[in-house]
Design a protein around this ligand. Structure first.
Ligand SMILES: NC(=O)c1ccc[n+]([C@@H]2O[C@H](COP(=O)([O-])OP(=O)(O)OC[C@H]3O[C@@H](n4cnc5c(N)ncnc54)[C@H](OP(=O)(O)O)[C@@H]3O)[C@@H](O)[C@H]2O)c1
Length: 250
């Protein structure tokens, strides 16, 4: 199912930084009308000025903000659920407040925004929803809750995709590995591993755009990471040994 982006209205969460800002720049060049969401007005305004986007300041941890975000994007053709946060450390040391915050931003907000915007896309018989998940969806050490939220997104996307069948609405899950963005600084622990190497936010943005245009179900960035996911299903013993060796960045 090919999808033409020119002239489409796109709601992009987490548009103020990293992967979201790079995606906004690329979509603006494709001729999209953008609505960018984030908490920090300064970052949002900066990307908004570069891309001609409308910007909306909202905290996605607050469920009462979500209808306002969806209203501002009523009739949107594309929803890109990109906003996300991390937390690194052993689960037993993770304060409940952080658990709740990760669940709210990474999982509950994308589900609710999809619930609010999907009916119109379906009625119109066209649209696309993207979930920016992570290779951490396979389950990695010291990122148990983050992994759970990203695996949750992947499973949710698969379920909704089945429900939509031939309704003309595409659903894509994007699973990046490590990406060079402020994400690691913000979560409080730098990315210290030499492998896998970090990729650029621009590469992930280009895969998001291509996945929408081509109607791809899943996109791993870089592509070879797809092998890790396939190995988890097909060779769980070997996968678990390798995940023990490589699946954590300390
Ligand atoms: N970087 C990586 O290695 C990597 C790898 C795999 C997947 N990902 C995923 O990619 C997505 C984008 O991350 P990134 O690497 O680009 O990180 P980033 O540069 O830190 O960007 C995160 C974005 O999410 C927004 N955000 C965070 N909390 C929010 C909240 N409560 N309400 C509204 N917006 C919020 C931030 O906006 P404000 O600060 O303005 O609120 C920012 O625009 C995330 O879902 C992340 O999990 C990242």
């Amino acid at each position: 199912m090919r999808f033409r982006l020119e002239g489409r209205t796109v709601l992009l969460t987490g548009g103020s930084s990293g992967i979201g800002a790079a995606t906004a720049r690329l979509l603006a060049r494709r001729g999209c009308e953008l609505i960018l969401v984030g908490r920090h007005e300064r970052g949002l305004r900066h990307v908004g000025e570069m891309t001609g986007a409308r910007t909306l300041t909202a905290d996605l941890t607050l469920s009462e903000e979500l209808p306002r975000v969806a209203d501002a994007a009523a009739g949107a053709d594309v929803l890109i659920n990109n906003a996300g946060i991390g937390w690194a450390g052993e689960f037993i040391d993770m304060p409940s407040e952080h658990v709740q915050r990760l669940l709210a931003v990474n999982l509950a907000a994308p589900l609710e925004l999809t619930r609010l915007l999907l009916p119109e896309m379906r009625q119109r018989g066209g649209g696309h929803v993207v979930f920016v998940s992570s290779i951490a969806a396979v389950g990695v050490r010291d990122e148990a809750v983050y992994s759970a939220t990203k695996a949750g997104l992947r499973a949710f996307a698969a379920g909704v995709r089945h429900e939509l069948g031939g309704a003309g609405v595409g659903v894509t899950t994007v699973l990046p590995g490590a990406v060079r963005t402020p994400f690691f600084r913000r979560r409080g622990r730098a990315y210290e591993r030499g492998f896998p190497r970090q990729v650029s936010a621009e590469l992930v943005a280009s895969r998001i755009v291509r996945a929408i245009e081509q109607g791809s179900r899943e996109s791993f960035v870089p592509r070879w990471l797809g092998a890790a996911s396939r190995m988890q299903g097909g060779m769980p013993g070997i996968f678990n040994r390798l995940n023990g060796l490589f699946g954590g960045d300390r």
